[in-house]
Design a protein around this ligand. Structure first.
Ligand code: PMP
Ligand code: GLN
Length: 366
């Protein structure tokens, strides 16, 4: 969709990346670190300053104690963290529960690690956890559950009850949890991010993954971090040693500064995104789309049933690109079976003027 948008001069609200939101303090810190060096291999686990900052940030926002020396690993993006984790913890034939619509990376990496992704579908419009169906899919081969909260592409935040249900299942069947929480700081309207990592009974079973890309609106930087009990983290660090070994030191130093920014930064990240979300969601609704509340992440989900789309969200996304000059992504691309769906995803983490132009184009098209 990004390629089609570029070729046709369409506004790309498909791919999830922010526009014009990088905090100046982070960029200044990166420039300084690049000027001052060092430029050689940093420690394999990550710069101590960044690992300490990850632990501090976890304590500040989630009230969880983390031992920065033994429980934090820096990776080249959350994507590398996911790859390292699957390579380290999965054996051939293991089954891994993933929730659909699912971030596309998981199933492919799980398969490459020799394991089998087992999809559990959440259904629109409320995308609730289908508890009985999930419980019925656990077998003696199930090794782990991957949970992405706040969730790409649907902006779902798993609530306390759902987390309690998952926690009971994990303990009953002796499972691990891989918690992709890259959108942890992007929750709106006073909603809070909740994590299974906070439950003491799961403390040694959860691998928690974060990304500077989302927290500081620098998706091209690829600085990620993994937090887990030392025993669980050790094999992940061994995988990291042979996948990338390390991550550019200047970027690590800058992200350490970012994670230590005052609460006002993290608050303004939310309010800034809320404002952008409101412009897009109001505009989409005015243009005739049915749009669910967008509670987190960068994304709003629109139901396209009223547009004669025949349930074909890919064809609709192409049509909107060519006819309106606004590009979403089809939600069907987040399902293993590639079924068509009646939903598309729009990214609202763009400049207000970009969003206003998109809304203008959509209302004209309509
Ligand atoms: N997980 C999810 C759910 C994401 O949306 C993204 C962003 N593309 C990532 C992981 C990857 O993060 P990173 O760019 O740090 O590799
Ligand atoms: N995570 C981003 C999204 O969901 C995209 C990352 C990518 O383009 N590979 O849009």
């Amino acid at each position: 969709m990004s390629r089609l948008a570029a070729e046709t001069g369409s506004i790309n609200l498909g791919q999830g990346f922010p526009e014009g939101m990088e905090p100046a303090a982070l960029i200044d810190a990166a420039v300084k670190a690049l000027q001052d060096g060092p430029h050689q291999y940093p420690p394999m686990m990550g710069l101590p300053a960044l690992r300490q900052a990850v632990a501090e940030n976890t304590k500040r926002f989630l009230e969880i104690d983390v031992d920065w020396e033994r429980e934090v690993l820096v990776t080249s993006g959350a994507t590398e963290a996911l790859a390292d984790t699957f390579l380290a913890l999965l054996e051939t034939g293991d089954e891994v529960i993933v929730f659909e619509p699912v971030y596309d990376v998981y199933a492919l990496l799980i398969r490459r690690a020799g394991a089998i992704p087992v999809p559990v579908r959440l259904a629109p419009p409320h995308w609730e956890l289908p508890r009985e169906q999930l419980a019925a899919l656990i077998t003696p081969k199930t090794r782990a559950i991957v949970i992405n909260t706040p969730m790409n592409p649907i902006g779902k935040i798993f609530d306390d009850e759902e987390l309690a249900f998952l926690s009971a299942l994990v303990l009953k069947h002796d499972l691990l949890v891989i918690a992709d929480e890259v959108y942890e700081h992007l929750t709106f309207d006073g909603r809070a991010h909740k994590t299974l990592f906070a439950l003491p009974e799961l403390r040694d079973r959860v691998v928690r993954i974060g990304s500077a890309g989302k927290t500081f609106s620098v998706t091209g930087w690829k600085v990620g971090y993994v937090t887990a009990d030392a025993k669980l983290l050790a094999p992940i660090a061994r995988a990291h040693q042979f996948v990338t070994f390390t991550t550019p030191p200047a970027l690590q130093a800058a992200v350490a500064v970012g994670l230590r920014l005052p609460d006002t930064y993290f608050q303004s990240l939310k309010t800034d995104l809320e404002l952008r979300r409101n412009v897009l969601v109001d505009g989409l609704r005015a243009a005739g789309f049915t749009v669910a509340d967008a509670a987190s992440t960068y994304f709003a989900i629109a139901d396209i049933s009223s547009f004669d789309a025949d349930g074909d969200d890919l064809a609709f996304s192409r049509r909107l690109t060519l006819e309106a000059g606004v590009t979403p992504v089809p939600i069907s691309s987040f399902y293993g079976a590639r079924d068509v769906t009646s939903h598309v995803r729009f990214c609202f983490a763009k400049k207000i003027e970009t969003l206003e132009e998109a809304v203008k184009r959509l209302s004209r098209w309509r």
